[in-house]
Structures are given as C-alpha cells and as structure tokens.
Design a protein around this ligand. Structure first.
Ligand SMILES: Nc1ncnc2c1ncn2[C@@H]1O[C@H](COP(=O)(O)OP(=O)(O)OP(=O)(O)O)[C@@H](O)[C@H]1O
Ligand SMILES: [Mg+2]
Length: 327
C-alpha cells in the first residue's frame, strides 16, 4: 500500500552508509526528494557521488541504512525500483560500433518494447535530441556532446519516472551544456519526472536544482536551495553609493564595520544579503536622514559556498555549525 507521503516523495533515504575495506565512502546519508523536482548532489572528486547513485539505483548495496525509490524499498523490491528509474552513468554506455539508431533500438529490445513501439520511441528521441541527421552514423564518430545526448536518450527509452544523471555535462562545452540543461528542464516540466543529478559545477546546480546537497568525504555537509546555501557563507555585503562626500561621511559614521571608498563614494557593509539585514541598513539611513544614491546587494555565489564547505582548510567545527544552520 502506498501512503500519501510515499507518493509525494520520489526518493527517501536514511542512514545510508558504505565502506570499502576500512575506507568509509558514505557516512549515514539522509535524503528526501519530492516528486517532480531536480535534486543536485554536489561534491569534489571522490566525495561519494557515484557511490550514492549506484546504491539508489540498486547497482550496489549499502552496508547500512534504508531507502525508498519510487515508493519501493531498495532491498526488498529492487525489480520495482529498476522499473521506475533510468540511470545515465558518469561514463557513456554506448556501443561505438553501432549507429545512434541501432543503440536506441537495442535498448528498446532490452526493455522488451514491441518492435513498432521501439522504432517509434527511437525516432521520437532522436528528434527530441536533435540527432535525427546523425541517426545512421556510427557512434564512434560522435562528439562528446552528441554522446552525452544519446546516452540520455538511451535512458529515456524505458520512460522512467525517476532519472539519475551522474555528471551529465562534464566535459561539454558551454553551448552543449546549455542544450543539456534545456533537455533536463524539459523532462521535468513536460514529463513531470524527478531528476537526481550529480555535478561538480556549481552553476549547473544553481541553474537546475530545486534543492542541492553538498557531499564531502562521504558526509552531507549542507543541504538547501541555492539561495539558502549562499546565505550560509559570510562574504556578502550591501554596497551603498552616495552623491557626495558628505553623504558618505554621514553614512560611514553609522556603520562601524563598513569599508569605505572615498573615490567611488561607496560604502560596503558586511552582511548575509538577507531582507532583515537590508532593512536594518535602510532603517539606519532613514533614521539619520542620510540619502544613498544607489544600493546593491552581493550575496556569495555557489563557488564561495562550495569552496568554504568542502575546503580542506575548514575546521570540523566550522563545517558542523554550517550544517546546523542548513537544517
Ligand atoms: N569499488 C570500489 N572499491 C574501492 N573503493 C571504491 C570503489 N568505488 C569507489 N571507491 C572509493 O570511494 C570513494 C568515492 O568514490 P565515488 O566514485 O563515489 O566518488 P565521486 O564523488 O563520484 O567522484 P568523481 O567526482 O571523481 O566521480 C573514492 O575514494 C573511491 O576511490
Ligand atoms: Mg563519480
């Protein structure tokens, strides 16, 4: 029996752990991913991203913990999980000696689609991925971007409701990356699928994901929306520009921690970029009847977040307090 919560969440995991020998690769991972959303697992090389995908897609088993994927228990109902998901691995799983079309038809056969349906599906996917012209060409002649697209098309042959994409755009040029993003957005918007993607690109997570989790050394060190993650990191500020030196002078007297630039007539006030912080600054200016000419808010970008959260210089205590904030 599927409960209401099981229907609304595509993936849930509690306490997922995995070790190879005495090396702990995943250390008690908890996940909750609602249906129809994009979840990005972000982390540096060796963080455990692929291992997480392999466990959730039943390719390998966890040492501890439990997970439901598509409402099915990973250990008790692995077949049902496999029927619900599609996986595009970190390295393309294509037969180089076959054409694009032959690869897709082979996949349709593996999925036990009737011949006609398989042909229809292959043609539709080739069109959708703008590979129709290359359909009869051997995959060995394809560029990296074409391979990634065909690899994703292979995953879609079975019409999965939940799709795992392990580094879908690594090695792609900016144009191909954007094309892939459009395809991924389309899958969510048009087909309502759930996407679990791993990436090392902050911008990718920022562009695509509803929620982002940062994995480092097998632990989730932060989780939230891109904006929530950016607010965890100090380094943001509010910048005010004034029409004349006297305005700057009066404002500088109000904010002891601000840095001023007399040439540019600007004042930089450290802050997290939140609305309350902004309001406090505006109220202080108002109360002192100081007029600013322009105001900009700089929140740290995800690069700042990533480097801070996964930085080797970061002390354990710092990471833990960030994690507390993220909850
Ligand atoms: N079969 C295995 N046997 C032993 N160690 C393994 C095995 N698979 C993965 N590991 C180790 O587990 C750790 C996590 O690997 P994983 O492939 O999950 O990282 P990743 O985050 O996907 O990295 P990348 O960004 O490089 O793809 C690494 O230290 C890796 O060496
Ligand atoms: Mg990997």
């Amino acid at each position: 029996m599927t409960t209401a919560t099981a229907v609304s969440s595509a993936i849930t995991a509690t306490g997922l752990s995995k070790s190879y020998g005495d090396k702990v690769v995943l250390d008690s991972i908890d996940l909750h991913i609602p249906q129809g959303t994009v979840f990005a697992l972000l982390g540096p090389n060796g963080a455990g991203k692929t291992t997480t995908v392999q466990i959730l897609s039943t390719l390998i088993s966890a040492d501890a913990g439990a997970a439901h994927v598509g409402g099915h228990d990973l250990v008790r109902e692995p077949r049902a999980v496999r029927d619900a998901i599609g996986v595009t691995g970190q390295f393309a799983a294509l037969d180089n000696l076959l054409t694009a079309e032959e690869n897709l038809l082979l996949m349709a056969d593996l999925q036990h689609l009737p011949r006609r349906e398989g042909r229809r599906r292959a043609a539709e996917l080739l069109r959708r991925f703008e590979l129709t012209e290359a359909a009869r060409k051997q995959v060995s002649t394809f560029s990296g971007g074409m391979r990634r697209k065909l690899d994703l098309a292979m995953t879609l042959v079975g019409d999965p409701r939940i799709i795992f994409l392990d580094e879908p755009t690594t090695g792609l040029d900016p144009r191909s990356r954007r094309a892939m993003w459009e395809i991924i957005r389309g899958l969510v918007a048009d087909d309502g699928v759930t996407i679990f993607l791993t990436t090392q690109y902050l911008e990718e997570a920022d562009q695509l994901a509803d929620r982002i989790a940062v994995l480092d050394h097998g632990k989730l060190v932060a989780e939230g929306t891109a904006d929530e993650l950016k607010r965890l990191i100090p380094g943001g500020h509010i910048s005010l520009r004034f029409a004349d030196p006297s305005g700057l002078e009066s404002a500088a007297a109000l904010f002891a921690s601000a840095a001023r630039d007399n040439e540019a007539l600007t004042l930089q006030i450290p802050g997290d970029g939140s609305i309350p912080a902004l309001r406090a600054v505006l109220d202080a200016l108002d109360n002192a009847s100081v007029k600013a000419e322009a105001l900009t808010v700089r929140t740290p970008d995800l690069d700042d977040v990533f480097l801070t959260l996964t930085g080797r210089a970061q002390s354990g205590a710092g990471v833990n307090s960030l994690k507390e904030n993220a909850r």
